[in-house]
Design a protein around this ligand. Structure first.
Ligand SMILES: Nc1nc2c(ncn2[C@@H]2O[C@H](COP(=O)(O)OP(=O)(O)O)[C@@H](O)[C@H]2O)c(=O)[nH]1
Ligand SMILES: [Mg+2]
Length: 269
């Protein structure tokens, strides 16, 4: 059989073209699969964006600030192990998702789902007077700051023990300096009466009565606080028995985001 050079070259070229085409199809299919896999991945996947809201805690020494922070951060926290400290502490607490939305991603040519998560960034300052001022200097840079003012409470089985710590801490000078420089940055104020477990049994379930006694014992501090921040919300809590600890966190979340949307409706809709 006579085979000329032209035929040989034609066969080689044809085979080459065939192999190249097969490779191209394989690569194309592989690419298509990869593209589909990525698309599927992003369709199933959602991105979480943190929406940070700030909470600032101040109050006299031994009022329970570190204990509350410890319980919020880890519910198994042992408050008897809290030590007096000179450092301010900042912790992030993850709250619920507050929004769901889609954004077009031009790289992959598809819509991605985003969930906005509320994060409470809680700054707790020590009870020292210098720190008391520090807490407020940072306010202009915070997002929608809620202020938590602790009152120092001590009690025995007859009732509250009178003490001047709160009147000294929330001094006239200090409160006037807040009014002049920082008042406009504060979104909402909670006043915390902690250690209600120390109160006699007949008192600790009667919040009106407790509040009345606290007012009498701390009239200067409370007058200054109320005249500056009215309306203030009082919360009676116990870091010892965990009473109202989680509820307070819930109140903070809902005061930060006025229109928290029901998760069930929002995330499924
Ligand atoms: N009985 C009682 N003791 C508490 C409560 N909260 C805090 N303590 C105690 O009070 C002391 C001061 O608490 P701490 O959180 O360090 O106060 P801080 O100085 O404001 O940070 C510690 O010995 C705590 O164990 C409470 O609700 N009840
Ligand atoms: Mg502390």
């Amino acid at each position: 059989m006579k085979v000329d050079l032209f035929s040989i070259i034609s066969i080689i070229l044809a085979t080459g073209t065939l192999i190249t085409s097969i490779c191209a199809i394989i690569v194309q299919n592989k690419y298509k699969k990869l593209k589909n896999d990525i698309k599927k991945h992003f369709e199933d996947f959602y991105f979480i964006e943190d929406k940070i809201y700030d909470v600032v805690i101040i109050g006299p020494r031994y009022s329970g600030k570190t204990s509350l922070l410890g319980l919020w951060f880890s519910p198994w926290f042992d408050i008897s192990k809290t030590k007096p400290s000179n450092d301010m502490v900042t912790i992030n607490i993850n709250g619920p998702d507050i929004k769901k939305y889609n954004k077009f991603d031009s790289t992959f040519g598809l819509e991605r789902t985003y969930r906005e998560k509320l994060v409470l960034r809680v700054h707790a300052y020590t009870g020292e007077e210098a720190q008391r001022e520090e807490a407020f200097k940072g306010l202009p840079n915070l997002n929608n700051p809620v202020l938590i003012l602790f009152l120092y409470i001590d009690a025995n089985n007859t009732g509250l023990i009178n003490d001047n710590k709160n009147n000294t801490y929330y001094s006239k000078k200090f409160m006037l300096s807040i009014k002049d420089k920082y008042f406009k940055y504060i979104n909402k104020v909670f006043v915390i009466i902690n250690k209600i477990d120390l109160l006699p049994k007949h008192l600790n379930q009667n919040s009106k009565e407790v509040l009345k006694l606290v007012r009498i014992n701390n009239s200067d501090a409370i007058e200054r606080i109320e005249s500056l921040f009215s309306p203030v919300e009082y919360r009676l809590i116990s870091c010892e028995t965990n009473e109202n600890i989680t509820k307070l966190l819930g109140d903070l979340v809902s005061s930060e985001v006025k229109e928290i949307i029901d998760l069930k409706n929002n995330l499924n809709g």
